[in-house]
Design a protein around this ligand. Structure first.
Ligand SMILES: [Zn+2]
Length: 204
């Protein structure tokens, strides 16, 4: 569950320091942290940050430890597409958002489908760069499930690029990591891309 403001120890020196840092940021942009509308803002910001960065409290690999073998030898592509990604760029502390498509080819055992989304979430709720996030998701699946192939494709929009700096609000960044059969077999790769394309067009 998301942490609440009340979850913090109001006497914790780190918490008190962080509150005053947020007040400092408000002053830096020309605001008055003492005005009515902003009095509770530092505490709310810290609660929101706890939620955005809750991934530091977990090892996402643990979601993959429970597997199932009674799948009648299923050894074709398992794809969970269009998983929402909400992360924050570690260079500017602003959001990047988009979709993750996560696929693997099982080798004798499968995981619950929601677990793939949990792995995405566990790594996304940290300070990230999209390239690293892509690799971490793929490596976790590769190392824990030891499947015949892993494919992770991320398509995100970066607020640091859309709404400041170069101001390109329509730019999408795509990153991908393919291993095993997805790398070696053009037919597996083609199947993957077709599956993702079909899902996105709603013509499944
Ligand atoms: Zn950035």
């Amino acid at each position: 569950m998301a942490p609440d403001v009340n979850d913090f120890d109001p006497k914790d020196p780190k918490y008190l320091a962080a509150l005053s840092h947020v007040r400092g940021l408000l002053e830096f942009i020309g605001e008055d942290p003492g005005r009515e509308g902003l009095q509770e803002t530092p505490a709310r910001v810290l609660a929101a940050m706890q939620e955005h960065f809750v991934g530091y409290n977990e090892d996402p690999r643990e979601h993959l430890l429970k597997t199932f073998e009674e799948v009648e030898g299923y050894d074709e592509v398992v794809l969970v597409s269009d998983i929402d990604v909400h992360s924050h760029c570690e260079h500017h502390l602003v959001p990047f958002v988009g979709k993750a498509h996560v696929a693997y080819i099982p080798r004798g055992r499968v995981v619950g489908l929601s677990k793939l989304a949990r792995v995405v979430e566990g790594y996304a709720k940290r300070l990230q760069v999209q390239e690293k996030l892509t690799m971490q998701i793929a490596n976790a699946i590769e190392e824990v499930l030891e499947p015949n192939g892993v494919a992770v494709i991320l398509q995100c929009q970066h607020f640091c690029m859309c709404h400041r700096g170069i101001h390109k609000p329509n730019a999408w960044t795509t990153t991908s990591k393919l291993t095993g059969a997805f790398l070696k077999n053009p037919s597996s790769r083609l199947e993957l891309f077709q599956l993702i394309g079909m899902n996105k067009n709603g013509t499944k």
